[in-house]
Design a protein around this ligand. Structure first.
Ligand code: ATP
Length: 779
């Protein structure tokens, strides 16, 4: 017995990956959940709802769940799902639900039923009296999951809603009024930003945040964490310098400009600078008067030299559309910072989009930090366990699969050059295709997927391409990707949430395809993150299906060149095929990926250090703004500052609510304006700190020194500006003529996400530092 328990413990340690929480506590509750089943099965629907209501009465307002409450929630949830979806929640799904209810990020493999596990947790939190937001990665999933799980919530007596971009303010208010609200992360964030600008408390759509359950948690909490969501306003137009774009287009790499090996920076050589100066009519770019022009040239050069069409962006419908590298999809709503966006638009000669003053912004990380309780679910959390702990204080719980994964993950094949690698990939596709097994090839970008498809067509190996350009056909392509003989070439798009069923949509040849060995996945290069590799592999072997996966790589792939270019000596390649079997080559490849991941983490850390100060300032400001919004503070202050004019206004309006509202609008106008100016100032400081860093000052300290005193002026300044407005504005029948004194809010506002800001902070230094640190560690 003792031996069995020792072996069991050891086995558990192996299964229980490092960095994950013990599941024993939850597993021990499963028998009790099962025991309740016959009793609950006998209840009428109404009785089941009533029982959930009793649980609500017992636990409403509690700070956490006791074991018996977890048991009751799981038992009621399992029964509700069985009745309403015809799906009795598996034990592993209930482990996921319990992990979520205790504030963890649960790792459940693809296709294991996270949607239901998340919904039962949503219902559990709601019964404890918490308002829940289930945060999804896109609008489609928000609606799909809310509608799909709606009947389960309903039976448990919990109200549910969702938000999507087309929703009106009223519809949003209603959706946020439900106990559980599903919404895409961007949409929830935009509502937060819009709420921050209302001048009348009745216009608020959200209530205070309480619980967030984040779907695809690694993607949202880590990959997209530093992406700012922006709310902009005003009406001016973007004037990209087309003349500069035209000049820069003629410049040649090596002669007129250089780039660093990571492709992050580009700069003019002296020959390049003199060509530009001459073309601009003999200006001196480097004297004081030329600095605007120099900035425009630098941005245009960045757009020209470092951003590549069909890799970083597409040009579709006369618009520049950014590609999200991690997902391989068009990044809806995203744009680069203004200058760069305009420069790329000028480079591609498409109509410039509007530019606006940033009214407010929030990063995804700061958005989630607002929730006192956060939990998440994803197929790949362990690889980012450290970051989840560091940035969110979240622990990972690894839930075992319901059916064991039997996919065969084959050893990478490494080649000396990309062309030798490509030849081997073609050969692999041909060999496997001849067996009839379906094949999914994952490429790094749109351009590569198209080149490969062309090459395969020439070799009489027809394939279907799925990339950001034809994302509308995604569902149809994926539906048939598991058919016998199918060859699908896809960018990272097929990485997440895509369900490739063996045998294709009708499933008639499922058994035959399974017998052949299932789906074979081929990666054409390792991704900059092992999680992306894992997601591609995960397309095969879903829910116990047979399948296999293999990655091809070359020591001249971008990943290696950018992150670990110094190869150890004495690595030999096969003279004919270029294949390298030396384990040192594999080590180099893994090392390059670890460096890339390290760089990414360091950038995340660095961005967070800056944003943290801004977030603290924002929180302080919002506290004050809330007071102005909900009380008569503005009126009191203005009465004190301008008693005579205030008395005049009071007499005219003869309605204290109206009087308070007029004062509030004036005061909030100035407060919001000052905050927007402050944000612009902080951006300037951050950019100029780059130069100060060269003067050996610590950039972050410098940033704080510049940012803190300016912030402390805002509240007092907004009060004194409001007093001045009251003094100067003419009193009219319905208040003050504010337009006349320039108090006019932006008449159009819009929201977008900023794509990784390449000019951010001390980016380059960070990258170099991490890279050399990683090299030192290795040697
Ligand atoms: N307990 C269950 N019994 C039977 N089928 C289930 C059960 N739970 C989930 N399913 C089914 O499994 C499929 C996958 O579920 P779901 O989409 O929630 O998986 P997932 O974990 O979110 O996958 P992905 O990571 O690919 O998004 C669905 O068709 C769902 O109906």
């Amino acid at each position: 017995m003792a031996l069995i328990s020792r072996v069991g413990k050891r086995l558990r340690r192996i299964i229980q990956r490092p960095g994950s929480v013990e599941l024993t506590r939850y597993e021990a509750l499963l028998p009790a959940v099962e025991k309740l089943e016959p009793e609950l099965e006998k209840l009428e629907d109404a009785e089941l709802t009533e029982r959930a209501g009793k649980l609500r009465d017992a636990i409403g307002g509690a700070a956490s769940f006791t074991d018996s409450q977890l048991i009751e929630i799981c038992a009621l949830g399992r029964e509700a799902a069985r009745r309403k979806l015809g799906e009795r929640a598996f034990d592993v799904q209930l482990l996921g639900t319990m992990g979520l209810l205790t504030g963890h990020v649960v790792q459940m493999e693809t296709g294991e039923g996270k949607t239901l596990a998340g919904a039962l947790a949503g219902a559990g939190y709601a019964l404890r009296g918490r308002r829940v937001h289930v945060v999804t990665v896109n609008d489609y999933l928000a609606r799909r999951d809310a509608e799909w799980m709606g009947p389960v919530y309903d039976l448990l007596g919990v109200t549910v809603g969702w938000i999507e971009p087309a929703h009106s303010k009223e519809e949003r208010k209603e959706a946020y009024g439900k106990e559980v609200t599903y919404g895409a992360v961007a949409e929830i964030g935009f509502d937060v930003l819009r709420d921050r600008l209302v001048t009348n408390a009745d216009d608020l759509v959200q209530k205070a945040p309480e619980v967030a359950i984040v779907d695809e948690a690694d993607s949202v909490l880590v990959d997209e964490a530093r992406v700012p969501l922006v709310m902009a306003g005003s009406i001016d137009h973007n004037d990209a310098d087309e003349e500069v774009a035209k000049i820069v287009r003629r410049l040649r790499l090596g002669l007129h400009y250089e780039t660093d090996s990571e492709g992050r920076n580009a700069w003019l050589t002296s020959a390049g600078a003199s060509v530009v100066e001459k073309s601009l009519g003999g200006v001196d770019l480097y004297d004081e008067s030329g600095s605007d022009r120099l900035a425009a040239v630098n941005v245009a050069l960045h757009a020209h030299a470092l951003l590549t069409r069909d890799v970083d962006y597409l040009v579709r419908d006369g618009k520049v559309q950014l590609i999200n590298a991690a997902r391989g999809r068009v990044a809806e709503l995203q744009r680069w910072p203004d200058g760069l966006q305009a420069a790329v638009e000028a480079k591609e000669q498409v109509t410039a989009t509007d530019r606006g003053e940033i009214l407010d912004s929030i990063t995804v990380q700061a958005l989630l930090a607002r929730y006192p309780e956060v939990a998440g679910m994803t197929g790949t959390a362990v690889a980012v366990a450290e970051q989840l702990r560091e940035f969110y204080k979240l622990e990972v719980a690894v839930i075992p699969p319901n059916t064991p994964n039997v996919r065969e993950d084959q050893q990478d094949r490494v080649f000396a050059s990309p062309s030798q690698k490509l030849r081997a990939i073609e050969e692999e596709i041909r060999t496997v295709h001849e067996t009839g097994r379906p094949i999914l090839v994952g490429t790094q970008d749109v351009a590569e997927s198209e080149e490969l498809a062309e090459k395969l067509a020439k070799a009489e190996l027809p394939c279907v391409v799925l990339n950001a350009r034809n994302d509308a056909e995604e569902a149809a392509i994926i539906a048939e990707a598991g058919k016998k003989g199918a060859v699908t070439v896809s960018t990272q798009m097929a990485g997440r949430g895509t369900d490739i069923r063996l045998g294709g949509s009708d499933g008639t040849t499922r058994e035959e395809v399974a017998e052949l060995g299932g789906l074979h996945v081929i990666g054409t290069a390792r991704y900059p993150s092992s999680r992306l590799d894992g997601q591609l592999r995960g397309r095969s072997g879903r829910q116990g299906d047979p399948g296999s996966a293999i990655f091809f790589a070359s020591l001249n792939d971008d990943l290696v060149l950018s992150n670990a270019p110094d190869l150890p000596d004495g690595i030999d390649a096969d003279t004919e095929t270029g294949e390298i079997t030396d384990p040192a080559a594999h080590r180099q490849l893994n090392h390059a990926q670890r460096v890339a991941e390290g760089v990414d983490l360091e950038i995340h850390r660095n961005t967070w250090r800056y944003t943290r100060l801004i977030e603290r300032q924002r929180a302080e400001l919002l506290e004050h703004r809330d007071k102005v919004l909900h009380t008569g503070l503005a009126a009191e202050e203005l009465e004190k500052a301008q008693p005579e004019k205030f008395a005049e206004l009071k007499e005219k309006l003869d309605d204290s609510d109206r009087l308070e509202q007029v004062c509030r609008e004036v005061r909030l106008f100035h407060l919001d304006q000052l905050w927007s100016d402050h944000l612009a100032y902080l951006t300037d400081v951050r950019e100029s700190i780059h130069l100060r860093a060269l003067a050996r000052e610590t950039p972050l300290d410098e940033f704080h020194r510049a940012a803190i005193p300016e912030f402390h002026k805002i509240i007092a300044e907004s009060a004194s500006r409001a007093a001045k407005t009251l003094e100067e504005a003419e009193i009219t029948d319905d208040g003050l003529d504010l337009e006349e004194v320039g108090v006019r809010r932006a008449n159009t506002t819009w929201t977008y996400l900023v794509h990784d800001n390449p000019f951010d902070s001390d980016f380059e230094q960070t990258v170099k530092k991490v890279r050399s640190m990683m090299r030192m560690k290795k040697s």
